[in-house]
Design a binder for this molecule. Sequence first.
Ligand code: SF4
Length: 141
Amino acid sequence: MSNFFVPSEVYEKRIAKCKACVYYKDLLGNCSICGCFMKIKARISHQHCPKYYWKQNDFGMDSIRPSKHIPVEIENEVRLLWPDIKSGRAKDQATKRKMFELYNLIYNGGFDIRSSCHSCVNTAFGGIKQYIEKKIGYEKL
Ligand code: SF4
């Protein structure tokens, strides 16, 4: 299984948390906070609960780490992107798609770059922010 998806034992633990949660809606199996369908979201390793009742690296999962060798061109694109997303909101659709693309490249992710899912956008934004904090440094922007 690709590392985009969590193994079944992790998925089952995430789903069990959701099913015991007051925000879980039995009828459709979605979360009333993020709106996501949990049978899908809980399978995606890059995801987390919006209330942090479960996180990416719970249940024995490693934290999502960037690929070891990021080409300088990609890193430069992250620098160029940052001013247009640093408020936490991409300035337009093209910027959001670029954010997803860079996130997928850096973290070997598989997000649909046209997604409007809030959790996916937050995950991509958080990943880019973390990459800047840990690998580039705000002073080098
Ligand atoms: S994602 Fe979090 S808040 Fe939403 S139903 Fe699951 S445990 Fe509850």
